[in-house]
Design a protein around this ligand. Sequence first.
Ligand SMILES: *Cc1c(COP(=O)(O)O)cnc(C)c1O
Length: 362
Amino acid sequence: MALPEPKPGVLKAPIYVGGTHKVPGVDRPAVLSANENPLGPSAKAMEAYRAAAEELHRYPDGGATELREALGERFGLNPERIVVGAGSDELITLLIRGYAGAGDEVLYSRHGFLMYAISALTVGATPVAAPEQDYTADIDALLAHVTERTKLVFLANPNNPTGSYLARDAVRRLREKLPEHVVLVLDAAYAEYVGRNDYDAGAELVDAFPNVVMLRTFSKIFGLAALRLGWGYFPQPIADVMHRLRSPFNVSVPAQKAGVAALADRAHMEEARAHNDLWLPKVSTALTDLGLTVLPSVGNFILVGFRDEAEADRAHAFLFARGVIGRAVKGYGLPSFLRFTIGAGWENGMLIDGLKDFRRQG
Ligand SMILES: *Cc1c(COP(=O)(O)O)cnc(C)c1O
């Protein structure tokens, strides 16, 4: 008898495993595994979330009007071309469902965010990885891997897990050389952390070209990962595709309300950025002084290199046993590295002390 069979590709996709948050026997572990905001959510966002409890019997505004308008105002964008999603992960999936299928190719850079390849596989498309230079996306390598079958190119900028970024001019060159039928997705999940003059999250390009989109999230600097809230800025025809593919009430009322409140609480965001500006160099220097390789990062996390995979595994287990949760990144083709979020001061201290002891015991 023939059993139900999923569509081609579905079972080829690995299941994305999120960062761990618990260590058996440790009450307060240092959770440095998921690039979350160590300061937590904005108090104003929490208040808006709680207030939404009174109205839980009502369906959300499926168009998320208030939130899109707040986003438009805050970032100087046309709210008509903003689409919100249950995390930017949902928007990645919808873009791939909208523009790729069996036989198509989805291009990304070798150490780019894992969800691009996973989502591509679920629709039967082929993920194609272009090599990088110095753990940074390489425009020429990406362009060299474009074929007639390429439907989307994903660029996480800054990239997770490497922490590297491409300057405005490089991204513009990629878009200029790309055939117009290819959608260029600029995933700027960490944009708010970047303090470089030559960086642009991508809105300029979205306004200028019909095949560029920008994705953003409330999960990182806004500290709302639990709510699942992301957004994107699109050319109108692509926004129309997203609205057709998304489920009608894809973002909950508490998420929409908390998102609006979080946007208004500029002080909280500035505090999160200042915290990162203070600790990112401190942690990087401390670990470099221990003889470890720390890749330069413009995000809220660092990628730390060990001698080989075995040493990275040992460090991961050693830290975990002491209550420091890092992230192994083998799935990204980086088996001898571990990624650590810039945490609260005490968490960063636990990481530095942990690696100091690890180095000492060989
Ligand atoms: C965290 C992350 C996302 C996903 O964010 P959600 O909005 O929580 O789905 C997207 N892209 C990159 C590069 C990320 O690191």
